[in-house]
Design a protein around this ligand. Sequence first.
Ligand code: COA
Length: 212
Amino acid sequence: MTPGAVTVDGPAPCGLVVTVSPMRRRHLRAVLAIETSVYPRPWSSRLFEDELERGGRVYLVARIGPTLVGYAGVLMIADDAHVATVAIDPAWQRNGIATRLLAELVRQALAFGANQMTLEVRMSNVRAQEIYRRFGFAPAGARKAYYSDNGEDALVMWAHEINTDEYAARLAVIDQAQLPPTSRQGFDAPIRVGASSGNLHPAADRAGMDRS
Ligand SMILES: CC(C)(COP(=O)(O)OP(=O)(O)OC[C@H]1O[C@@H](n2cnc3c(N)ncnc32)[C@H](O)[C@@H]1OP(=O)(O)O)[C@@H](O)C(=O)NCCC(=O)NCCS
């Protein structure tokens, strides 16, 4: 990736341009507004702040014009990348924004040496699972009663060998889909991906990764 580069991919089906950039503290007010609207157990501002300070993480935001419409994050554990969160403002869902964010998240994970990616998703969240499947994630097991708000099980999904030509071809297909074009900004300053702080997931200190 060229430092400071702004690239635009894909056709513009409806005139929207999604700007993807690293999450900063100044984004947190808007991030929290979405967080509280989509998750039964939202992360606190403090938790996001801590995450932004830690190494081994990449958090991204998506904006349309000045409006922050979504965000996503991944944390690195050795050569595994663990998707920590993906959320889109309900008013902006079904516009391909999560797809664009995930594509960038995968690229960031690859840039930091990830060879596979994993995540947990509610069994009932079929829509999110479908998006993950497009990115090559396959079900690999379940975590019983993982979500404490309703006791729901988590589906564990993995995407293996993401640093192969085959996976690059999959990403290329996703990039060429009829989704809003993407402008990448703010990647000139290095994202903090030093040693992971204990490799803990942000929610690990509050009875499990049970919020998505
Ligand atoms: C799951 C979630 C992240 C998806 O975000 P999104 O931006 O709506 O996702 P996308 O638009 O990239 O893809 C969703 C669908 O819209 C479709 N789509 C994308 N652009 C479209 C367009 N221009 N016109 C019509 N459909 C479109 C995609 O093909 C996809 O199809 P599907 O509904 O059949 O799966 C979002 O619903 C959300 O934030 N949910 C609450 C939080 C959550 O569940 N997060 C995941 C936790 S693991």
